[in-house]
Design a protein around this ligand. Structure first.
Ligand SMILES: *Cc1c(COP(=O)(O)O)cnc(C)c1O
Length: 408
């Protein structure tokens, strides 16, 4: 393993630019480039920081089969938030007995599938965040392992849209958990409490995050007789070049302090942390326009390729990898979609782009391809590994049209 892989953050400047340029030539753009070794390194760094905890990868950040297989090979177990993710994890080789399914307002088909999976694989754990979800499981004859998702009343994270810990949508209200737990024990094997407070937690959010964790640990002591307390994911990564990465040793100490005396296994479910900096997007400059207010750089990636900037106002680092040493110049970078939300950066200084340059958009591994769409009839991009294996081929217009043509 190289020093870069051990480092706790992989910045755009750490990627081999010649390699990236050659991938852009052979596979066209926009292109997702995945560093599978980095995913494994992130997972190992995380598990090393929490040696006696049970670390599950929260698949929804990136459900690519290549990612799931890499993590399964490294010994990870997988947390799924939908039936489709359970099926994907199993296809990638996961033992259903080790899977955990976190049901949030689960559609009937999802519960049907999870209940039947649980009948065949008694190790499956299903987490519910509403009494009604447990009733629906019981109606399906499910009597296996369950965990209660707790709403601790404290949410944390990089954006209000991901601060789930205080959102009424998620979890059973703190004050009701004890009673629900007692009721559930008659029907199910109650094995844990679960809470996922939000996403993108960095050092500034740690106090609130650990306060919520401590509340859940206190509750676990009252409920008693539990196999695990799952404190979810939400561990942040630096998106800005000058932001420092989470010091996992500090996080681990703080978490340990928050769950001090806990008589159950600590479980964590990082998603973003494992995959964010292990993938970037390569995009080609197609248009340069000197507008009175700014220089507009048109690229072939768009809101359909990466929606996070438009959806969450997220910052993603961008580097001109064709000419990283050119003089910096403030530019606004946007894609070919007819909405003013289709913008990756506004007046951001980068090495001045010219037409045909390749730009890299960093930290695209978490909720990147996962949220990609076919907006504007744009086929979704290919995804290749650093070694050049195509793990998702580029879609064609036929792929986009198929669901309509097959309907006829
Ligand atoms: C989304 C999610 C995670 C992972 O969140 P990250 O911010 O990607 O770490 C973990 N657990 C549950 C239940 C989730 O919904």
């Amino acid at each position: 393993m190289t020093a870069g892989e051990l480092a706790s953050v992989k910045r755009l400047s750490d990627w081999n630019h010649d390699r990236l340029l050659s991938l852009a030539e052979s596979h066209r753009t926009p292109l997702y480039v995945l560093d599978l070794d980095r995913i494994e390194a992130n997972y190992k760094r995380f598990t090393t920081a929490f040696p006696d905890a049970d670390v599950m990868y929260a698949a929804k950040a990136h459900t690519g089969q290549a990612v799931l297989s890499q993590l399964l090979d490294a010994g990870a177990t997988i947390e799924c938030a939908a039936a489709g993710e359970l099926k994907r994890a199993i296809r990638a080789g996961a033992d259903p007995n080790n899977l955990q399914y976190t049901a949030v307002n689960p559609p009937a088909e999802d519960l049907d599938y999870a209940a039947s999976l649980g009948a065949d694989y008694p190790g499956l754990t299903i987490t519910g965040g509403a009494r009604d979800t447990f009733d629906r499981l019981a109606e399906r004859g499910y009597d296996g392992r369950v965990a209660i998702r707790v709403n601790p009343g404290i949410g944390t994270g990089h954006h209000e849209k991901v601060a789930t810990g205080k959102d009424a949508k998620f979890g059973i209200p703190y004050g009701e958990v004890q009673e629900v737990a007692a009721d559930l024990r008659d029907q199910f094997d109650l094995v844990g409490l679960h809470a996922h407070m939000g996403s993108g937690v960095l050092h500034d959010d740690l106090d609130a995050h650990c306060e919520a964790i401590a509340k859940v640990a206190d509750l676990a002591a009252t409920v008693g007789d539990l196999e695990f307390v799952d404190i979810g994911g939400g561990f942040g990564v630096p998106y800005r070049e000058d932001e420092s990465p989470l010091d996992l040793a500090v996080v681990s100490d703080r978490v340990r302090e928050a769950v001090d005396g806990l008589d159950a296994t600590l479980k964590l479910e990082p998603g973003r942390y494992i995959v964010a900096d292990a993938e970037l997007i390569l995009t080609r400059v197609n248009t340069i326009k000197e507008a009175p207010s700014t220089t507009v750089v048109g690229v072939d990636a768009s809101i359909a390729t990466l929606v996070r900037p438009a959806m969450f106002g997220s910052y993603h680092p961008i580097r001109n990898i064709t000419a990283p040493n050119r003089e910096n110049s403030p530019v606004s970078i946007g894609g070919p979609c007819c909405t003013s939300a289709d913008v990756f950066a506004t007046n951001r200084p980068i090495a001045k782009p010219t037409r045909d340059d390749i730009l890299a958009i960093g930290n695209a591994g978490a909720y990147g391809y996962e949220l990609a769409s076919q907006f504007h009839s744009q086929p979704r991009p290919a995804e290749v590994t650093l070694s050049g294996d195509v793990v998702r081929r580029r879609e064609t217009l036929d792929d986009v049209l198929r669901v309509e043509e097959e309907a006829q």
